[in-house]
Design a binder for this molecule. Structure first.
Ligand code: KIV
Length: 265
């Protein structure tokens, strides 16, 4: 089974528009991907959107958080994913400190696109609107990201649930509206309490794609691939719903291999 998009039939902008038009329709199934084989497998299994997320800093490169991810890291992994030529929309994260001004944001987005991204994602609301506008004006689709923002984990001193109070919910709504006005085709909501995620989803005209927001509160879901397949057992977020246990399969396979190779001597 292929995903929503037939290979090469639609342009990046058309793919983003097709996803935007899924508001209120079939939920969007998005996943992170960081390499060629995973991108092929996810695409062939029907994912709508592949995010080369800066979570790769943690689950692939072994950093403690995403603030260590550089533009070079992102370009390397985006190229690998794009070589799979997925029909799903390939979105690349703008890493921290590569979008401090609208001009820098546009230039970084263009670098990601030159490496193979079809759209980009950046974190934050009202303060990022001018940057989103600059990227959209360059013809590059943008996905927003609100709620818990991993690039701020050091400043905020940990990963905390967002949208718990009326004031927080209003701030999220204000951020979402600013991103919509600036031209995003969708918004990732991360670790937002379910009721608030549902409220934001109901009030904006583009799809929300939730992670850690409860089921059915957004217009789609995104999962970090290692959470879905259980291949990074050292940190599993409380909201993860693993569908398999790849860490255990690897351990068992390697034990059998070691015993086969060493067994006779
Ligand atoms: O980097 C990432 O994987 C993300 C997802 C958690 C949405 O931003």
């Amino acid at each position: 089974m292929r995903g929503l998009f037939d290979l090469q039939i639609v342009t990046a902008r058309e793919k983003a528009e097709l996803l935007r038009d899924r508001k209120g329709g079939r939920p969007i199934a998005a996943l992170t991907a960081y390499d060629y084989p995973t991108a092929r497998l996810l695409d062939e299994a029907g994912a709508d959107l592949l995010l080369v997320g800066d979570s790769l800093g943690m689950v692939v490169l072994g950093f403690p958080d995403t603030t260590h991810v550089t533009l070079d890291h992102m370009l390397h992994h985006i190229s690998a994913v794009s070589r799979a030529r997925p029909g799903a929309l390939v979105v690349g994260d703008l890493p921290i400190h590569t979008y401090d001004t609208p001009e820098q944001a546009r230039k970084t987005a263009e670098r990601l696109v030159a490496a193979g991204a079809e759209a980009v994602k950046l974190e934050g609301g009202v303060r990022q609107a001018a940057k989103v506008r600059a990227i959209c004006e360059a013809g590059i689709p943008v996905l927003g990201h609100l709620g818990m923002l991993p690039q701020r984990v050091v400043e905020e001193g940990g990963y905390r649930k967002k949208g718990k109070t009326r004031a927080q919910a209003d701030a999220l709504l204000e951020g979402a509206m600013a991103l919509v006005d600036a031209g995003v085709f969708g918004i990732v909501l991360e670790s937002v309490v379910g009721e608030t995620a549902l409220e934001v989803s109901g009030k904006i005209p583009v799809p929300t794609i939730g992670i850690g927001c409860g089921e059915g509160n957004c217009d789609g879901e995104i999962a970090v691939m290692t959470d879905l397949i259980g291949s990074f057992p050292w940190f599993v977020p409380p909201f993860a719903r693993p569908e398999t246990d790849v860490a255990d399969s690897i351990t068992q396979a390697v034990r059998r291999y070691v015993s086969r190779v060493q067994g006779g001597r």
